[in-house]
Design a protein around this ligand. Structure first.
Ligand code: LLP
Length: 384
């Protein structure tokens, strides 16, 4: 929902652009903070969801840590004032430069995804006379019930260390003096709305934890990743996700040992509902069964529908006319450049403004310049 003042502002700006509602962001962050603190849990914001400076500065102010998946994200987190000892660094393929950057900055943890990675971190840390903190990213083999491209916790996925490698890893760690095992890390997928998947994860974490205890290893922390889904059908409903229920589930089913801390890496749930992609209708034309509303944003600005058949609510925010149906498509030379099919919205004409909702996560960050297009700019409610 947009106010007349917002729409007046939008009408003066060149489209397409991302619009971030800062009050909404703060509302969501307050909910996350209150709910996680109630249980003493630590939340790292998964920067991959949105690395926009203005948003990051606010997220930092709230006191969240950072979860990074590239050297540039680690550097950005540091530049934005996140403390290195709150930076978790995951990724199946960390380059030498990225590993060195993490070691130089004494980050909270390298979430390691293979035995070879542990050997390389140990070798590089030894050269610098340092001890790097590592967590083992474990493949829990838990089904996330989400789109298969964003399922990560199955043995068929490339992520994490599998259970048949545990003995080998412990053997390796016994001989490595420049890495310190501080935790275990899991992440089963993204946009998960079925809480049973998280319950299964808890049960699996308990089993894995028992293995480490049997081997006389008490870990400082357990990191259960992110993945909490939002309600794409109702962008204005901030009661979903229910952060209280989410953290409560982990409190109830995951057995923490004394002094052990539980960490999370939430991305989408913290930022998705504070952002919208605003685009203008260029042309309307009649197809065989439907009308096409051709807008000036495309898969270059928001790739989620093309890549994952993702649903985003689409609203005509300037038309006051009756309802009609449209395929809302972009200008890119690909048929997958479609934001929605048979979208029900107010009768649409050239020049109308369209909002593609819930695009605060995995929107701006996944933009490309395919077709030599310009990157879309971002605007903020605070500046109106
Ligand atoms: N931790 C790890 C290790 C991850 O791989 C991810 C996301 C997260 C945390 C944050 O997950 P979230 O809370 O945002 O679900 N581009 C896709 C989503 C890819 C997610 C990749 N990993 C999309 O647009 O749906």
């Amino acid at each position: 929902m947009f106010s007349p003042k917002e729409i007046e502002y939008f009408n003066k700006i060149k489209t397409p652009f991302y619009y971030y509602n800062i009050d909404r962001l703060k509302d969501i962050l307050t909910r996350v903070k209150n709910a996680s603190e109630r249980f003493g849990f630590v939340v790292h914001y998964a920067m991959k969801a949105n690395a926009n400076d203005r948003l990051l500065a606010i997220i930092r102010e709230f006191g969240f840590g950072a979860d990074c998946v590239s050297g540039n994200e680690v550097q950005k987190a540091i530049d934005m004032g996140f403390s290195p000892n709150e930076i978790a660094f995951a990724g199946v393929g960390k380059s030498d430069d990225e590993i060195n950057l993490g070691i130089d900055n004494n980050i909270f943890s390298f979430n390691c995804e293979s035995t070879q990675e542990i050997e390389v971190i140990d070798e590089f840390a030894a050269k610098k006379g340092k001890v790097a903190r590592i967590a083992l990213r474990i493949n829990p083999n838990v089904k996330a019930n989400t789109h298969h491209y964003i399922t990560t916790g199955l043995e068929e996925n490339k992520f994490g260390i599998n259970r048949w490698e545990f003995d080998k890893v412990l053997e390796l760690l016994r001989n490595k003096k420049n890495v310190k095992l501080v935790g275990i890390h899991f992440h089963i997928g993204s946009q998960i709305t079925d809480f049973d998947a998280f319950k299964s994860l808890c049960i699996r974490v308990n089993e894995v934890q028992n293995y480490f205890i049997e081997n006389q290893i008490l870990l400082e922390h357990i990191n259960v990743g992110g993945g909490l889904g939002i309600d794409y059908e109702h962008p204005d409903n901030l009661d979903v996700p229910d952060f209280d229920a989410f953290f409560k589930l982990f409190d109830r089913f995951l057995e923490l040992r004394p002094k052990q801390k539980l960490h999370f890496e939430l991305g989408r749930a913290m930022v998705a509902q504070c952002g919208d992609l605003i685009t203008r209708v260029l042309f309307v034309k009649n197809g065989i069964n439907t009308n096409f509303a051709i807008v000036d944003a495309g898969m270059t600005e928001l790739i989620r529908p093309a890549l994952y058949q993702a649903y985003h609510k689409i609203e005509n925010i300037t038309s006051k006319l009756g309802i009609d149906f449209y395929d809302v498509v972009g200008p890119i030379c690909e048929s997958s450049d479609t934001f929605g099919k048979t979208v029900q919205m107010a009768e649409t004409k050239r020049g109308d403004l369209i909002a593609i909702r819930s695009t605060g996560a995995y929107g701006e960050v996944m933009a490309s310049q395919y077709n030599l297009r310009n990157l879309a700019k971002s605007y903020y409610s605070e500046d109106i």
